[in-house]
Design a binder for this molecule. Sequence first.
Ligand SMILES: *Cc1c(COP(=O)(O)O)cnc(C)c1O
Length: 224
Amino acid sequence: MIVIKDNIAQVELQISSACQQAQRAANEVTLLAVSKTKPAEMILQAYDAGQRHFGESYVQEAVDKITRLQDKTDITWHFIGPIQANKTKLIAQHFSWVHSIDRAKVAKRLNAHRLAQDTPLNICLQVNISGEESKAGVSPTELPALLAEIADCQQLTIRGLMAIPEKNAPQASFMQMQALFTTLKKQYPSMDTLSMGMSADMQLAINAGATIVRIGSAIFGARR
Ligand SMILES: *Cc1c(COP(=O)(O)O)cnc(C)c1O
């Protein structure tokens, strides 16, 4: 049986030991529990263990769970999956954060669908740091132009960068993300977030300055 509470405690311990090795304070890194494909009951168990940030990748599945858990008003929902343009309204309505923006069209549609009375949507731009053909994300060279194109979107707050480095990526890939982040945040002072690190590469990510790690299977068990 999976004991979610114990798994979260274990992951928190890994985060704090990685922070210690990197000479960073443990509270600089936020644990985002990736609950995609997992039922609302499991999210509730994590919630009862104190977890408040959850990441989802599939819009309809996520909206169903968010609706079921709507009385937990202190949950922060993050969208981290591929974005189809026709799903931007649902995403803008139900999420506080979107990590996976890699084109201006999607950013502008999210901006248009985010109501003025709501707080702006927090966004990260996804960077294809390993240069994988088939992977989502903007290339590092196209990143400045994309930022410039969406900088005047009033209903978006540009919080930073997100990456999914390839399997067994070297520390250098994570460091490259850190360098991009450090450079760009001089120009965009709202940037304070570097979203990288998953169950298998959390340590490298934290070494390279990650401020959000996105952990799924180490908390909720393997996905089918
Ligand atoms: C599924 C997913 C994760 C979590 O991956 P694990 O290996 O289960 O920790 C993190 N980030 C993104 C973008 C994902 O889609």
